[in-house]
Design a protein around this ligand. Sequence first.
Ligand SMILES: NC(=O)c1ccc[n+]([C@@H]2O[C@H](COP(=O)([O-])OP(=O)(O)OC[C@H]3O[C@@H](n4cnc5c(N)ncnc54)[C@H](OP(=O)(O)O)[C@@H]3O)[C@@H](O)[C@H]2O)c1
Length: 254
Amino acid sequence: MTTYDFTDRTAVVTGGTRGIGYATAELLLRSGANVVITSRRAEAAEAAATSLADTTGATGRVVGLAGHVAEEDAATRVCAEAVSRFGSLDILINNAGTNPAFGPVTEQSRAVMQKVFDINVTGPAVWAGAAVRAGLGDKNPGAIVNVSSIGALFIEDGIGVYNASKSAIMHLTRQMAHELAPSVRVNSVAPGVVRTKLSEALWKEDEDAAASVTPLGRIGEPADIADAICFLAAPSTSWITGSNLVIDGGQIVN
Ligand SMILES: NC(=O)c1ccc[n+]([C@@H]2O[C@H](COP(=O)([O-])OP(=O)(O)OC[C@H]3O[C@@H](n4cnc5c(N)ncnc54)[C@H](OP(=O)(O)O)[C@@H]3O)[C@@H](O)[C@H]2O)c1
């Protein structure tokens, strides 16, 4: 067992095949939850679910489904499947995100900007709606955790569109916390640079440089963020809603 107790709770984790989503699914499973992970590709989701079952011993408590975050039908289908397989939907982790827009904001195409906002902002709100309609918060108190970024708090060269999308989801977190209380809590996490595929350009070539901007002297690991996500989703944090938790090795105090 772990710090958290998610026995008899069911979670949907979007983008659970690798990185932060995979680590979160792993900790939820080790803490007793039933978990549905998603990916754009069914085979990737199924393979990750098998690997999670093998490493945690949670056979029968984890399933991998295809589900593009920008597709409303996928949100409805995945949330309904969680309820029909496990009897309730109690937790939604809006983790899947993207960053295809590099360079100044004014040089981005409309198509690229729309893609970033579709996946990082509209998607999480649509999945929250689908989860609520599927019964989130009906059987047990519900919890949604959105994955923002410390980029939401800064002006930075090169990734202004991505950072704006992460700022928007931070704001929508507070809005949804207001709208969905008291049956569903809604919080966000804002990671610094974490060792995943998405952020490779920020750490892979020179990890020492990426680590040097944090007082704690290292980049983040997916498990660091998974722990914070589970903290915010846990039944024990029942008086926290509308909050954003920064997990960045102290980068923003530098
Ligand atoms: N890594 C960092 O430094 C960092 C920092 C701050 C915030 N974040 C945020 O953390 C979250 C997770 O990122 P990560 O770093 O763990 O990335 P990652 O390792 O690249 O994993 C992304 C996951 O999302 C899935 N995914 C991507 N696009 C999707 C879509 N349209 N629909 C459904 N699933 C999709 C991927 O699976 P498939 O490819 O199989 O679809 C994969 O499972 C993102 O919201 C990201 O913005 C990351």
